[in-house]
Design a protein around this ligand. Structure first.
Ligand code: FES
Length: 339
């Protein structure tokens, strides 16, 4: 029979069906449960179990420290309920997210953005509603695995039937290899979504965004959405890439800048650009650039949005914490290129 979980200190409760994870049940009920990967690898969904009993769907010990295991920390994406339970999520946000569903999709277009990155359009069997910053899971029945890609555009009112994703070619990757070779043109895929707890929070303070590599999509989506409305929030957007050849989406960023209500600063930072090139901008890793550029945006009401590879997220998180940003105002989407 279904069991009940209560999230403290928010005090919201929902039912968890047998075999369902706490995370699945919370998302199905429309709650903004903290999560990212949904498969027990990123640790974003960890929280403390203060009452009740859970069953581990995969071993928590892969992700949690011994100390966390001893103090009843669990992963909601990998925990089913054995009895009614109470969990503790300190910064639980009362935001309604669209519950994820299954869709049928068809790969209808792809366009080159850089030497290894494409914009891919998938047409769904019906419009999907989502929040800017979220992602979908893609599965092709002949190719092993499920791959996650963020929406690379702002949502339309009433949802989107055509979904745009930025996809990077992963050497040796079966899905991206076939896609880039044109073998998946017109292919049918299964789409599950929307997923992810990365979305623009309300506020009046500055927005500091950092996108690394192919993690630019959710940042562009967030900012395109925010640029549609007057808000007066200053924004600085960092784009960390290897070289000039890896920069993309610059026209869309320009449009965001033009539409933006208030100050908007775009800062590309290159880590691997040849010394003798004509590049006039910043060089090095993006976290060092934040140290030098972002000072004027730092304040109690500033919010930070990060998307990119885990080492970049960890480095930038450490930098902005040192600059005095509160942990509750740092929102991150750890992004791994899916093969
Ligand atoms: Fe649960 Fe990533 S470990 S969402």
């Amino acid at each position: 029979s279904p069991k009940k979980v209560t999230v403290m200190p928010a005090g919201v409760s929902f039912e968890v069906q047998p075999g369902q994870s706490i995370l699945e049940a919370g998302l199905a009920a429309g709650y903004a449960m903290p999560h990212s990967c949904t498969v027990g690898t990123c640790g974003t969904c960890k929280c403390k179990l203060s009452e009740g009993k859970v069953r581990e769907l995969t071993n928590f010990a892969y992700v949690l420290e011994a100390e966390e295991l001893q103090s009843n920390v669990i992963l909601t994406c990998q925990a089913a309920l054995k009895a009614d339970a109470v969990i503790n999520i300190p910064h639980f946000e009362l935001k309604q997210l669209t519950p994820p569903e299954d869709f049928q999709g068809e790969i209808v277009a792809q366009e080159e953005l850089t030497h290894d990155t494409r914009r891919v359009t998938i047409r769904l069997d019906r419009p999907m509603k989502f929040d800017a910053g979220q992602y979908v899971q893609v599965h092709h029945e002949d190719i092993y695995g499920i791959r996650s890609y963020s929406f690379a555009m702002a949502p339309a009112e009433g949802g989107n039937q055509d979904v745009e994703l930025f996809i990077r070619l992963v050497p040796g990757g079966e899905f991206t290899g076939k896609l880039f070779a044109g073998e998946l043109d017109g292919a049918k895929v299964k789409i599950h979504g929307p997923a992810g707890n990365f979305w623009l929070r309300e506020g009046k303070g500055p927005i500091i965004c950092v996108g690394g590599g192919s993690g630019l999509a959710p940042i562009v989506s967030l900012l395109e959405q925010a640029a549609k409305a007057p808000h007066g929030r200053p924004c600085v957007m960092f784009f960390g890439a290897r070289s000039q050849a890896d920069l993309y989406c610059l026209d869309r960023i320009k449009q965001i800048e033009e539409a933006w209500d208030g100050a908007f600063q775009f800062v590309p930072v290159l880590s691997d650009e040849p010394e003798d090139s004509d590049w006039q901008g910043l060089r090095g890793f993006v976290n060092t650039a934040i140290d030098t550029v972002a000072g004027k945006y730092i304040g109690e009401d500033a919010q930070v949005y990060l998307c990119g590879p885990p080492p970049m997220i960890d480095a930038v998180t450490a930098t902005v914490l040192e600059l005095g940003i509160d942990e509750a105002n740092i929102h991150a989407d750890k992004f791994l290129d899916a093969s």
